[in-house]
Write a protein that binds this ligand. Structure first.
Ligand code: ATP
Ligand code: MG
Length: 609
């Protein structure tokens, strides 16, 4: 391809809309253009990158025996109602774009395809003899993200590879899951990405085991917590750890009582309380009030107790609340803080926010108009483990010191609700500590089990002749996000440095001065020879100044540059490697052979050491 025909428009300055390096560079180098919030045009250069990534994905998945397919993006609401996900995906913070057709039928634009594929599998897969099957597609997905940002990282329309496997038993599901895990590792490595596998929360997709693949990068939205010995890594949403030991409360002998009242004027924050009285935060129990909203309209107040030095993990809380309430009230739509304003609006008597203890009575909810009249009480294990603690007294400007569970109130159900933190000791080996790094989630694999097949009645006849729901796995890769993640990991001050395996072109031939016939002729000749040798080559044949063309070549990030300049008359060119900046003068007659040696190695996509 000739750069003069590429409708290449590069920008010298960082566009105001972009915050992170990869987003700036993709805009500046003419790979993408913003069309609307979270909506991008993939320009021809990026489309080549996406196709190269897709080709690697196809090769590796086909290698596992998976079959490519293409499913509709317009999905009938009825399928999602049968799986129980319509409300969760369309109401509250739901992310599914949905619409009504001219007949008044409701449809959704596919954010994911479990429903469609499970219904098909139920139709087509009747016997254990047809199993296992693994189907995948590479397709545009639609999600009305709450905060679309960072360009292709979190779009509202993006390209995903999604795969779904069907099995006669769990052991077979685990085998395919392991094969997909391996295929994913090869895919990311071949794309030139440093990616790590971490334990993950299964989120709205559901199911049991799941693992995310994170491209490590400062700009990543996810926090990864990993042990130094490499044996444990998890998304913070999911991570578990040993909390720091609590500092025992002096005078613990009072344990067994409900504590003594302590005046604590205006000390509603743990920090203020502790600094005024010399307490350690780990000696306190803090109480959070929240409100859970469900599909059937139920509004359930939550009272969550945590040790004062711990932070709430909202994902763990949502999972715990769903597990306790969803069979009765349907999907959990959202959990919001229960504020003084909301309480007043609901008609409640004032609640002593900042001075609440876990013994706050349900009576405070008695005036509620639409809320459930009783708290769902949950506590983190760090709070229930305290023998004697400081907590709010449920009246303004007062705390209780030396309170204990039982005497004060029954200990609530004890769970893991705390956010693991960097520096925490690890469960598998307390000598290990969790270390934090940031990651971009490029893939996620799940063992779904039988959640969808049971809901959509997708059954098969097993060897014993009985009908049972299919076992399922599902596996996603964010193809367009991966392209940008590659830029996030591979760039420098001058622009992008694509890994060769996914670069839009492998080589750019730059004719320094097209007005000079020897340069023009040699440039054209090399361009033709490279093409004939099967190299993806760009020819910068523009009549721009050489400096402009070199700057653009750096910005575009093509792995190899062949400069045809003054040496052309003597048959000499310059070979420059984009990532290292290394340059050498090479006879034009030898440059193809040299490039072929480099490209041969780099196309395999093995990570350079
Ligand atoms: P996230 O937590 O980042 O929102 P997710 O858990 O919703 O991701 P999945 O439903 O597992 O993601 O989708 C599979 C893959 O699709 C993700 O691993 C990610 O790489 C990609 N992906 C998800 N949402 C987006 C988006 N809005 N824009 C681009 N890629 C996305
Ligand atoms: Mg998401």
């Amino acid at each position: 391809m000739r750069v003069s025909r590429l409708m290449l428009v590069t920008l010298r300055d960082d566009p105001a809309e972009a915050e992170i390096p990869s987003h700036k560079l993709l805009l500046r180098a003419g790979y993408i253009r913003r069309v609307g919030s979270g909506i991008y045009a993939y320009l021809p250069l990026l489309w080549r990158v996406l196709q190269k990534i897709s080709a690697i994905v196809r090769e590796e998945l086909n290698g596992t025996g998976a079959l490519e397919t293409l499913l509709p993006q317009l999905q009938p609401a009825e399928l999602w109602q049968r799986s129980g996900r319509w409300a969760g995906y369309t109401a509250g913070e739901g992310i599914m774009f949905h619409l009504e057709d001219r007949q008044g039928r409701e449809l959704g634009l596919g954010p994911t395809h479990e429903e469609v594929i499970t219904a098909l599998a139920g139709d087509l897969l009747r016997s254990y003899r047809q199993l296992p099957v693994n189907l995948y597609q590479i397709q545009t997905k639609f999600r009305d993200e709450i905060r679309p940002r960072f360009g292709l990282m979190r779009g509202r329309e993006f390209i995903m590879k999604d795969a779904y496997s069907f099995h006669a038993d769990e052991a077979c599901l685990k085998q395919t899951y392991a094969a997909m895990d391996q295929a994913y590792r090869r895919i990311f490595s071949r794309c030139g990405l440093r990616a790590v596998a971490v334990e993950a929360d299964s989120g709205a997709i559901g199911g049991s085991a799941s693992q995310e693949f994170m491209v490590t990068a400062e700009a990543g939205e996810d926090l990864i917590l990993a042990s130094g010995d490499g044996r444990y890594a998890a998304n913070q949403e999911r991570a578990v750890s040993l909390p720091a030991d609590a500092v025992p409360l002096p005078g613990g002998a009072r344990a067994g009582g409900s504590g003594d009242a302590l005046p604590t004027p205006a000390q509603s924050a743990i920090e203020a309380l502790c600094s005024a009285h010399g307490f350690d935060p780990s000696q306190t129990v803090k109480v959070l009030l929240l409100l859970a909203r469900f599909e059937d309209g139920c509004l359930q107040p939550l009272l969550v107790s945590l040790r004062g030095d711990q932070q709430l993990n909202e994902v763990k809380l949502a999972n715990a609340v769903s597990a306790r309430c969803s069979s009765e009230h349907g999907t959990l739509l959202e959990i919001t803080p229960l504020t003084a304003e909301a309480a007043a609006k609901e008609g409640l008597e004032p609640i002593p926010f900042g001075f609440m203890g876990p013994h706050l009575e349900d009576a405070v909810l008695s005036g509620a108009r639409s809320w459930q009249p009783r708290f769902l009480r949950l506590a983190d294990a760090t709070a229930t483990a305290l023998q004697s603690f400081v907590c709010g007294a449920n009246s303004l400007d007062t705390h209780r010191v030396g309170a204990s569970w039982g005497a004060l109130c029954p200990a609530p159900e004890s769970l893991d609700l705390r956010a693991a933190q960097p520096g925490d000791r690890c469960l598998h080996d307390p000598a290990q500590q969790l270390q934090a790094s940031r990651g971009i989630e490029v893939g996620h694999i799940f063992q779904l089990g039988r959640k969808y097949s049971a809901a959509l009645e997708a059954t098969f006849t097993n060897e014993a002749g009985q009908d049972e729901p299919l076992w399922m796995g599902c596996y996603g890769i964010g193809v367009s996000r991966l392209a940008q993640a590659a830029v996030e990991q591979h760039h420098d001050a001058n622009g992008i440095c694509w890994p060769t395996a996914i670069a839009p072109y492998e080589v750019i031939v730059v004719i320094a001065n097209v007005a000079e016939a020897p340069q023009r002729e040699l440039g054209e000749q090399l361009y033709g020879a490279f093409q004939a040798a099967g190299i993806d080559v760009l020819l910068d044949d523009r009549s721009e100044r050489a400096g402009v063309k070199f700057k653009d070549a750096d910005l575009l990030g093509i792995p190899w540059r062949v400069v045809v300049g003054r040496g052309a008359a003597d048959g000499q060119v310059e070979l420059v490697q984009r990532a290292s900046g290394e340059r050498s003068d090479v006879p034009a007659s030898a440059v193809l052979a040299q490039l072929q040696v480099h490209l041969e190695r780099e196309r395999a996509g093995l990570l350079s050491a």
